[in-house]
Design a protein around this ligand. Structure first.
Ligand code: FAD
Ligand code: EPU
Length: 283
């Protein structure tokens, strides 16, 4: 095994923004060869862990995390085209593009993802999503590197159709020229739209919006803000955020989800990806 390859039993809570989840074998990879080795047995891919609810029992598959060699923040070309590694954090990119006067990522402000996870979830807000600028992706599928055009991923609201067991390794984006002032003005709007969101441990919105309505509004209307199971609580600030007040378990969070669903008349589909609850693996 190459020296840098980390494959050890690890508590996954530390790798998620909700800070919930049991153990798994974590494989942190820093080259295509390591990625091929890590993904040769059943696995799941971990991004920044900002949209995950992981069971207290952990997961039985390997958990593959792209290491720092998949995090490259290169200069953008004058055409606004750039290839970026899938472990590149979104927040730095949004800022970097803004100061270069490049437009297209403003709607992604405040999303604590890395690019691979942002593409898999088609992360965004009403001001724009990752699909708006994505041109191509490079993936590892069955040990081979393949390229797909963005439209082949069929990105839609918080949804993508990646090939079975695919790992995004790099992606190509195209931004458009603007002025730093125009970009900053849109960033300010997006920032304002996020003002009502909690700053404590969460995994973002738990449910997809049953469009055109908002899950947060429905949960609020049902009087569920502050509803609590153990340390898992419906945020007092935004109804669609479940926050971890300290020591919440996945069991607490799931019970709270069930309670919310039973008290809101409109059916609510989870936006979160569930790991380790007997569902089929997704990677
Ligand atoms: P993870 O949560 O680690 O994984 C999510 C999914 O992506 C999993 O199925 C995983 O297997 C898959 N995945 C990850 N990396 C790869 C890869 N390289 N190849 C293939 N599949 C991969 N989301 C929004 O859309 N809009 C928002 O405004 C928003 N605001 C948020 C605010 C907060 C405070 C938080 C905590 C979350 C928010 N989210 C938001 C949710 C979350 O940030 C997004 O869903 C994001 O896209 C998840 O990216 P991640 O890197 O954390 O992926
Ligand atoms: N509202 C309430 N009570 C609440 C929450 C919201 O009445 O507790 C009302 C608001 O006043 C507003 C409407 O519901 O009239 C919509 O709320 P908001 O603007 O907060 O947007 P949202 O639909 O709840 C969506 C995304 C967020 C994204 C924001 C900002 C989903 C599920 N959520 O939230 O994405 O950050 O817009 O654009 O699509 C995520 O997906 O994890 C996420 C955080």
């Amino acid at each position: 095994m190459p020296e840098t390859l980390l494959a050890k039993r690890t508590r996954l809570a530390a790798y998620t923004t909700l800070k919930v989840g049991g153990e798994a074998e974590l494989w942190e990879v820093n080259s295509t060869a390591e990625l091929r080795e890590a993904s040769s047995e059943p696995f799941r891919v971990l991004g920044a862990g900002s949209n995950l609810l992981i069971s207290d029992e952990g997961v039985k598959e390997r958990v593959v995390k792209l290491g720092k060699s998949f995090n490259n923040l290169e200069d953008f070309s004058s055409s606004g085209e750039v290839w970026l590694g899938a472990a590149t954090p979104l927040p730095g990119l949004v800022r970097r593009a803004a100061s270069a006067g490049l437009s297209g990522w403003e709607g992604l402000l405040g999303i604590p993802a890395v690019l691979g996870g942002a593409i898999a979830m088609n992360a965004g807000t009403r001001y724009g999503c990752i699909a708006d600028t994505l041109q191509e992706v490079e993936l590892m599928v069955g040990g081979e590197i393949v390229r797909l055009f963005a439209d082949e991923l069929k990105l839609s609201y918080r949804h993508s159709e990646l090939p079975q067991s695919a790992i995004i390794t790099r992606a190509k984006f195209k931004l458009s020229s603007s002025s730093p002032e125009t970009v900053e003005a849109l960033l300010a709007k997006v920032d304002a739209a996020r003002k009502g969101q909690p700053k404590i441990k969460s995994a973002g919105c738990a449910f997809k919006n049953p469009e055109p309505d908002s899950a947060g509004r429905l949960i609020d209307e049902a009087g569920l803000k502050g509803l609590r199971v153990g340390d898992a609580m419906v945020s007092l600030e935004h109804g669609n955020f479940i926050v971890n007040l300290g020591q919440a378990s996945a069991t607490d969070v799931l019970k709270l989800i069930d309670m919310i669903r039973s008290r809101v008349k409109t059916p609510l589909a989870l936006e979160w990806q569930l790991w380790g609850f007997g569902e089929a693996g997704n990677g």
